[in-house]
Design a protein. Structure first.
Length: 253
């Protein structure tokens, strides 16, 4: 795709603190004493927005998602989630904030000894939801992702694609305010990938802010949402240009 560039601070200036759900200012991250993986990251994502996250392998997509999920602190700069500067937020408060965030990890992180049903039900049970409502919600969602025949199977016996769908169902079951997904369609066929994307879109329509890391140009073309692109340790944000219902490129915001 071809892109035109503009000033780097337009998007940040255009989003107020009230509208912003994820914000970063001059953020850098490094591990140990090594060079920064990401440098001078600036972004301001609106509540209810939908963005793809792209970049080559090793560009820092997982590190950026980790900061959004509050499992990794920035080495420098300001990170705001739900309007709070998380640099100065205590551990208990961070745990409460994480309950509002659904995450699809690249390595699934399922509990292998538990069934597909119990893995998906876990966030609802932690919140104390009535078991009848838990059963209704989980059963409906597992049917939707075509795992109704695997509902009682231990996670350890599922295929990679099945585990991925269980991980996605677990992440969205509690209707989180933010959904972060690291390559959520990487282990499924194209039909299932599009069905899962439609699930993310429907969740977004209900108000969830969605960020999806992907290498799939087809998904980016078929679902024309803005794109966070990591390159040379930096971040640029592009919105798609659509002509005749086709994505022709993008413009840097």
């Amino acid at each position: 795709m071809l892109f035109k560039t503009e000033g780097e601070r337009i998007l940040i200036k255009s989003v107020s603190d009230m509208d912003m759900i994820i914000g970063m200012q001059n953020v850098g991250i490094r591990y140990g004493q090594g060079a920064e993986i990401l440098s001078d990251i600036n972004m301001a994502l609106k509540r209810g927005s939908f963005h793809f996250l792209t970049g080559k392998s090793g560009a820092g997509k997982t590190s950026l998602l980790s900061m959004m999920y509050l499992s990794q602190k920035a080495s420098r700069g300001i990170v705001k989630i739900f309007g709070r500067n998380v640099t100065y937020t205590d551990r208990d408060s961070l745990a409460l904030l994480r309950r509002k965030i659904g995450v699809v990890f690249q390595d699934f992180r399922l509990l292998d000894h538990m069934s597909a049903f119990d893995n998906v039900a876990l966030p609802l049970r932690v919140c104390g939801m009535d078991e009848r409502e838990v059963r209704k919600r989980v059963t409906e969602l597992l049917q939707w992702v075509e795992l109704d025949k695997k509902i009682k199977e231990p996670a350890s016996t599922l295929s990679g694609g099945e585990k991925q769908r269980v991980a996605i169902a677990r992440a969205v079951i509690n209707r989180p305010e933010i959904l972060l997904a690291d390559e959520p369609t990487g282990n499924v066929d194209s039909d299932i990938a599009h069905k899962l994307m439609k699930l993310f879109v429907e969740l977004n329509k209900l108000g969830t802010t969605v960020v999806i890391a992907t290498h799939s140009e087809k998904l980016i073309t078929d679902f024309p949402f803005p794109r966070l692109h990591l390159q040379n340790r930096g971040l640029k944000i592009y919105r798609p240009i659509i002509e005749d219902n086709t994505v022709k490129g993008g413009i840097h915001e």
